[in-house]
Design a protein around this ligand. Structure first.
Ligand code: SF4
Ligand code: SF4
Length: 105
């Protein structure tokens, strides 16, 4: 069996350019609803206008669980279900990156 490797033109926007390490935690600025109990610390939770639980966000717009120096999630093992489902390089991810003007090329 042989495998053909197709080289993409250098200006092609390959999804492989999209990683969290060349982002600025864009998706951690979105509102995150808590729909299951994954053990998020209570001090990081607040209520929305309908009484539902959401991740607290600070004045800079990021989730309160983001480490402001590393931009990493400080509660990764206990992060909400929605955060677990948000896939790197998905359509939603690319949309957030575009909205925040992140382009690794
Ligand atoms: S928007 Fe995408 S690339 Fe950026 S931190 Fe979130 S999952 Fe990672
Ligand atoms: S809980 Fe973690 S992964 Fe989810 S938005 Fe906050 S910092 Fe990001």
């Amino acid at each position: 069996m042989s495998i053909n490797i197709v080289e993409l033109p250098s200006d092609t926007h390959s999804p492989s350019n999209i990683t969290c390490s060349n982002c600025r935690a864009c998706c951690c600025r979105l509102e995150v609803m808590l729909i299951t109990d994954t053990g998020v610390p209570k001090e990081l939770i607040e209520k929305d206008q309908w009484g539902g639980e959401i991740m607290k966000r600070l004045d800079d717009g990021w989730c309160a669980a983001v480490d402001r120096d590393t931009l990493m999630c400080t509660i990764y093992e206990n992060r909400p279900w929605i955060c677990r489902e948000f896939e790197m390089a998905s359509y939603e991810c690319e949309t957030e990156r575009k909205d925040n003007e992140i382009d690794p090329r």
